[in-house]
Design a protein around this ligand. Sequence first.
Ligand SMILES: [Zn+2]
Length: 598
Amino acid sequence: MSLSVMILEKEGGLAQTEFLEPSRKGYCLSCLDAVKTLQETGRFGEAQNELEDALRESENWREMAVACLLLGELFNKWGAASPSYTIAIMEKGAIYANRAVQLWQIARDEKLFEENPEDMDHLSSALYWKALNLASVAGLGGCERWTVLEALQAATEAAEQMSAMEDKKHSASEVKARRDFVEGIIVFCRAKALEGNHVSPTDFSDCYHQDTKDEVNFLRHQCLELFISAQEILSAGKQTMCDQNIKATTMIAVTYRLLGEREKAISWSEKEVQGRLQLHGEWNPRTQLAKRNLSMLKGITDEDEIEEDCCKLFSFESARSIKSEEITWSLDPFKLSSTWRMNCLLKIFLLTGVVKEFQIEEDKLIKFLQKVRKSYHDENPFHNWYHAWSVTHCAFMLMKETAIGKILGMKEKLAVLIACLTHDLSHPGVNSDFLIKSASPIALQFPFSNVLEQMHWDEARSLFEEGRETNFLSHVQEELRAEILEMVHQGILATDMQIHKQIVNSLSNRRDSLADFEEDDMTLLSDKAMTVYDATSPADRLELFKAVVHCADLSGQVMEAPVAYSFGRAVLEEFHQQAQREKMENLQESAFMKNLHE
Ligand SMILES: [Zn+2]
């Protein structure tokens, strides 16, 4: 690696640094290219190892400075590709970029290079990343090394030095675009620090409003103007987006979203997704994040519509107009509108017969479903509302089309639907093991090996507390309600993979006990199942009930190919993100979650 940095130095360019990209096309150095690839596929931890090795092995100040610069850039991208920026990542990024700046500045003062264009480019690039990383540190509330105010001050100075250097070299408009973008980020992060109550408006000599909310709003409009200005300059006369343009586009979308202007946020978000698809490809972590943000934005809009216009869009009337034949195995949750998905659930409750059987209050069931939907985190690649919806859909299809529906009673059927809907409620996107290793507050609250399932159940149970508008079982006789909820509890615990083997064994034993047992995995789905499960036995029904919830939870991969593929990718992505966090937070790494992009 050290050698590569040296070669790089001789060839005189940083193939990877996007900031320098326009003038650096054509440099393709194997090792840095490898780092670039690692970074583009989201394998930031591996890229970090490569670069830190290079830094350790560097033989002169220039090699060191280049490695630091690349690390400053790497951590910025790592932070930006994570669902939430973390101070640990941004602080490292700021420290490395700052070191790179110091090394080039010392070298310049010592006259180790005389206005050498490559060194000048590198220095201005290091200043760029220093400004961005320090602004992010400020936005996150500062760190041990820099308080919010110090970080903002240092970011502003770096941005000024960068502009001053570039004035000599680049065209005036390019310089302006870059300066506007960096300034926009600094203003944006100042607003973020204010909003997080890390500072107050009066901490700044140049505050415009005393009230935090007013000031934040004012700053957001100010940075929006800067981002738009940068974006317009960068787009002028160009057909395709460059990296810098995408960054500005992203920030415009984000700022509009924060300002509550959803339509504009969606339209800019769409531009971002298009640009990232063109420039980075489908599976680049930033493309994925952009897509998730866009669907979240659209989802939020739809949900708001639902709330505002609840009677018209999401209602039993609409649900009743769905034909039962419309609910088939081949429904693709990713292609359905969010309103249809919700109405489909109501239809499922109707078709199962539980609404009539338990005289479920329609208003409360609607409130329950809305609350459940909102409790899933859209930012999780896998454990989100699509998954919960799909699990419920699968369990319904099993009950509708196989002997299972003839064996389970109404209580079990209702419990299946509730358990499937709530089985991953408020899932944090990491597994129980991670929560325990990182001593998360959730793990302290539920000190069991199945932390998550305990938490999901706790959340589910709270929806049925007395007086809650989501408690659609409030009028059901107490003993019966307790029985149903206990079954829901058992169902949620049955989604714990630790009991996977136990459930598979229970199914195999039942199948093997069939008189005319055939080597056919589908046997239990035929009416033969009715001869091995006693529909009058509560224990048999409970066993089958748990198997249904467990199997539905794992059903993503038996759906039609596009759906199976989407769920498969999503689960890998979520594991991959956990592996990255384990690395960042120095936790023992989960072997099965590593290297999933290979
Ligand atoms: Zn699940």
